[in-house]
Structures are given as C-alpha cells and as structure tokens.
Design a protein around this ligand. Structure first.
Ligand SMILES: Nc1ncnc2c1ncn2[C@@H]1O[C@H](COP(=O)(O)OP(=O)(O)OP(=O)(O)O)[C@@H](O)[C@H]1O
Length: 368
C-alpha cells in the first residue's frame, strides 16, 4: 500500500509537451481513476510513476519519498496493460510464477506456490492453471495478466486501460471483479481509462486529464454535480450536460433561449428562482449547464419545445427538444408517451443549474 503524489510535473518529448503543471494526489488504499481523451497524457503519467519515464520538471513521491533516482524495479509498482503481456507457450501457472523467480532475491518454492494459488483463487482462474495461455479467451488472458501483478504484492497497481480490448459484457464483469479485488487487497490502484462510464462507476476518486493537466479531481459525485468547467461538464455524463448560452445582467443570470433567469449572488451563491421569460442582451456572457435528467416534461410548465428525436433506452427515453434556436436533451421515464414533432412543455430544477463563464468555461462556483 502506498500514497502517491505528483508535484508540478511536466514532460516533454522533444518539442512536444505531453504533461504540463500536473498535480495529483492518490491516498493510500484508494481506487483512483485517471480519465482523459486519447493523447491527454494518461499513459505518460503512469509511466512516470512506474519509473519508465523521467519528468522534465516536477517530483514523483511515493509514501513521501522522492523517487527520482529509483529505477522501475525499486519502486515496487505493478503495471497492467491493455495488451496482455503473457508468455504464449507457457501455462497460466508458469506465467504467474515468472514474476516471482527473479535472478536475485528468489522466493522459497513454497511461498511461490502459495502466492500463485491465492491469486488464482481470487481471480477465479484455478481451473486454467495448467492451460497454455494462447488457449485462453481475452477475458481469461486479462485475468492472468492481473494475476501476474497480484502475486508480486506490489505497493501500487497501475492499470492502463486493462479492460478496453474486451467486449462490453466481459468488461462489465471484470470491472466489478477489479473493484472488489482492490477492496480485498486494500491496495492503491491507479486505473487509466478514456471511458467516462468506467471511470465514474469504478473510482473512489476521478481525475480528469485534459491536454496534460488535471482539470478536476474529486469523487464521481463531485465531478458529476459540480463540474469545474464546460470541458468536464460535456465529457462526463451520457448524454452530456446541456450547455446553453446566456448572460449575467444586473445580478441575474439570463438564458438566451428559452427565456429563463436566476438570481445570481456571485461565487458560492446564485441558485433558486423561477423561470421567467426574458430577453438577454448585454452583460457578461454565461453558459447554463443543465443535466438531461433534470429536465422534466410537465403540462403546465412555462417553456414550450418541439420533440425532435426520441431514443428508447429500456428504463428511460432520451429526448432531443428544440426550443427556439436551442437544442436540449432530456432523460425521461420510458413510460412517457411522446412522439417526434410533438409540442411539449418542460421545466427544470433551478437548484441543479450550473453556471459557467462563457469565455473561460469555468464554473462560477469555482471562481474565487
Ligand atoms: N515517446 C514519445 N515520444 C513522443 N511523443 C510521445 C511519446 N509518448 C507519448 N507522446 C505524446 O504525448 C502525448 C500524450 O501521450 P499518452 O500516451 O500519455 O496519452 P494517452 O492519454 O495515454 O492517450 P491514449 O488514450 O491514446 O493512450 C501524445 O500527444 C503522444 O503522442
């Protein structure tokens, strides 16, 4: 188990900046998910912690110790990759034993047997121990790869998109397995993914990485309910948060279309208020953020829209509504009877509206 801290890390590859001013803190025994789009710098961050890359600037601390001079082996971290790093002509048992048979500091045979048996039981691959690894399914191979990490009892598990090569069903079941494995081991996990659903469902904490920098770090609920900026707001959530233009006029946040306004008391305040028809000329440009599940169809509601599209998702429907010049997504119960082209009336909970500065994209609650 270990505590990890990255301080003001930057990493350049020639003239290309992969990471800049990155700060990250992972508590001992935490399941931390690093979420970012392709090229955001996720793998580079893992490799820096693993000791496979050196930062151009900044410090990597494990349990409070600067590990700049430590090689990969000394850091005692295990890396699990998307591609299974298994020896194909060897059995599962042999693959699990290899990490425990280094040339120096070899473990006693009995200890090796015991660790392999325990890992195989935890991962439910005991029945596969004598099978060659090239005769396994993708999900089984990934379990063996994870097993190769577990047997070493590392201080930290670093996982680079370990589930992304698997089909949806397997991914889901391994997600649950990995999460319970982490709880069982009480180990520090840093799990990298570009899949926001994976991140939100697995992480104790999620760090959103964009262009080599952590833009927000917090619990999945914090990130979902109070995204730091419009990037996080539109990246996390499916369908994403509705982002609608408006302005700040005389202490009121006024949405351009549909007409709607909220009292705005400045940073830290500014919720409540009822929808009201209004023009939105002048003032500081804002963006209103409204989650699709916070949009409700109600016959007496003040704003009218036309249903542009209806998607059925089993327990719910996702509607695309056309309101004036704006488009809005609404998640409604599956029993809601709506058709394309139908006029509907809708409202939302003003308490749930998040306001962003249009120019910087920053959530006004996060502006000091
Ligand atoms: N060895 C390298 N040499 C040059 N550029 C690199 C090297 N490794 C990474 N980069 C660049 O640094 C940036 C971050 O790469 P990184 O692999 O960390 O991103 P990522 O978030 O893991 O992306 P993906 O989800 O596609 O794996 C990318 O623009 C990448 O092209």
């Amino acid at each position: 188990m270990a505590h990890i801290r990255l301080e003001n890390i930057s990493k350049k590859f020639g003239s290309h900046t992969a990471l800049s001013g990155l700060d990250l803190e992972i508590a001992d025994g935490e399941f931390f998910v690093l979420l970012g789009e392709t090229g955001a710098g996720k793998t580079t961050t893992l490799r820096l912690i693993a000791g496979l890359e050196k930062p151009t600037e900044g410090r990597v601390l494990i349990d409070g110790v600067d590990v700049a001079e430590w090689g990969a082996a000394e850091r005692d971290v295990a890396l699990v990759l998307q591609q299974y790093s298994l020896y194909p002509r060897y059995t599962v048992r042999e693959n699990l034993e290899f990490p425990l048979r280094p040339k120096i500091r070899r473990l006693p045979e009995e200890e090796i047997r015991e660790r392999v048996a325990r890992a195989a039981k935890t991962l439910r691959i005991e029945h596969l121990l004598d099978r060659k690894t090239d005769r396994l399914s993708g999900g089984e191979m990934q379990r063996v790869s994870i097993g190769r990490a577990i047997v070493r009892k590392p201080r930290v598990f670093l996982m680079d998109e370990p589930l992304s090569a698997l089909d949806a069903k397997l991914r889901e079941s391994l997600r649950t397995d990995l999460k319970s494995l982490q709880v069982q081991l009480g180990a520090t996990f840093l799990f990298v993914t570009h899949d926001q659903i994976e991140a939100m469902s697995m992480g104790d904490k999620v760090g959103v990485l964009n262009h080599g920098r952590i833009v927000q770090s917090g619990t999945p609920q914090e990130i979902y309910n109070n995204p730091r900026d419009t990037y996080v707001a539109s990246f996390v959530g499916s369908p994403p948060m509705n982002l609608l233009d408006g302005r700040l006029v005389d202490g009121r946040a006024v949405m351009a279309a549909p007409g709607f306004e909220l009292p705005y008391a400045g940073a830290g305040g500014g919720s409540g208020g009822m929808p009201k028809a209004s023009g939105a000329a002048g003032g500081r440009p804002l963006v209103f953020g409204i989650r699709p599940e916070d949009v409700h169809l109600e016959s007496g509601a003040p704003v009218e829209a036309i249903v542009h599209d209806v998607e059925n998702h089993g327990v719910e429907k996702i509607l695309t509504l056309q309101v004036g010049g704006a488009t809005l997504r609404a998640t409604v119960p599956a029993r809601t009877d709506v058709r394309i082209e139908q006029p509907v009336r809708f409202a939302w909970n003003p308490e749930k509206v998040v306001l962003f500065d249009k120019e910087s994209g920053i959530n006004l609650r996060h502006v000091a």
